[in-house]
Ligand binder design. Structure first.
Ligand code: ATP
Length: 350
């Protein structure tokens, strides 16, 4: 059981508290994604698991054993980093082979194992090249191959796709997903890309200022964000977050009137996802204003309307057309979900 437990771990750099005291259990075989904006402590958390960073206080347990003082090489962890960390003087073959050599595997077995792994990531034709003779995506695959050439107890991946172009990132995402399905190795994956987190993770830990603010399945995080921060971070385009007040069971602000199940209250934020709204001809619709912008994305058109300070985006049909500044109305689709948050604390109300 390659379960990883972080127990009350805390990290300070001098007086700066990078990761406040918290606990996290990563289950055996799980693909756990640490997601958050730059500087929120993702890499620090990862480096503590790897043993590359001292822990200020707390314990790290792997397979039930406290490993705080174990050197990185004895933790049975394979890592993939953003900058690849390849050995420039070695060929692709030697790079991939290196971890096996380090563990004393015999030459014939090494050869077979390297070939098998290279085929998996489609590098078998490039084995004699050096990293400088490869594209970014190919280098990334060498780094990945070097990590998977042996089956460690744990994979740690820190933004492994961030240097790739958009298309390759999507391809590699599927590769990683397949690989995890195949190997079932406990994986901790760091990213600031919510799409990567949603598509890859068994569970996502959303971090903010060193703290995990929500730990849930991607589905749950999308459907029920714990607070305003998570609500705004997950989804593309992001959730509409509309400031207003509730009175007599109705949420109101300029251009918006929606019945909600909440007592009278000021400083309320109504959240609704663009994909859960549709354009209507009904001028009495819940949301109304003037058409502000149309953006064709290919499979759909993003429709933004404005009314005073209110701005609402909906995902409409690709063939939707209308004049900018013309009246525009939106209704929630059947089964659409309204989220309600407290403006001041950011907490979810419903
Ligand atoms: P990014 O996505 O930009 O890599 P991150 O979420 O991985 O960000 P960390 O690298 O873990 O963030 O950094 C967390 C915080 O700790 C940041 O505020 C950072 O400035 C600080 N920090 C990181 N390393 C050190 C260090 N060696 N000394 C002092 N502060 C540090």
């Amino acid at each position: 059981m390659a379960e990883v437990r972080l127990v009350d771990i805390e990290k300070k750099y001098g007086n700066f508290l990078a990761v406040p005291k918290q606990s996290l259990t990563i289950h055996d075989g799980e693909f756990l994604v640490l997601l958050g904006p730059s500087g929120c402590g993702k890499t620090t958390t990862m480096r503590m698991i790897a043993g590359l960073e001292d822990i200020t206080s707390g314990d790290i347990m792997i397979k039930g054993e406290r490993i705080n003082d174990k050197p990185p090489k004895d933790r049975d962890i394979a890592m993939v980093f953003q900058n690849y960390g390849l050995y420039p003087h070695m060929t692709v073959r030697q790079n991939i082979e290196y971890p096996l050599k380090l563990r004393g595997m015999d030459k014939a077995s090494r050869k077979d194992r390297v070939m098998e792994t290279a085929e998996k990531v489609e590098l078998d034709a490039l084995l004699e090249r050096r990293p400088s003779e490869l594209s970014g995506g190919q280098r990334q695959r060498v780094a990945l191959a070097r990590a998977i050439v042996r089956t460690p107890s744990i994979f740690l991946m820190d933004e492994p796709l961030s240097n790739l172009d958009a298309k390759l990132r999507v391809t590699m995402r599927a590769e990683l997903k397949h690989l995890h399905h195949e190997l079932g190795v406990t994986t901790v994956y760091v990213t600031h890309d919510q799409m990567e987190a949603m598509t890859l993770a068994s569970r996502v830990a959303v971090m903010r200022e060193g703290r995990i603010v929500q730990l849930d399945t991607p589905k749950k995080i999308y459907a029920e964000p714990a607070d305003l921060f998570v609500a705004g971070f997950i989804g593309s385009p992001s959730m509409n977050l509309i400031d207003g007040a509730v009175k007599g069971g109705v949420f109101r602000t300029d251009g918006v009137e929606v019945p909600v199940d909440l007592g009278d209250r000021d400083g309320v934020v109504l959240g609704i996802r663009p994909e859960e709204l549709e354009i209507t001809q009904d001028t009495d619709a819940a949301i109304g204003g003037k058409l502000y912008a149309l953006e064709l994305t290919g499979e759909s058109t993003l429709v933004t309307l404005r009314n005073g300070p209110t701005s609402v985006c909906a995902r409409g049909h690709a063939d939707f057309e209308a004049d900018i500044d013309s009246p525009c109305h939106l209704v929630p689709k059947d089964g659409a979900r309204f989220h309600l948050f407290d403006r001041a604390s950011g907490e979810r109300l419903r």
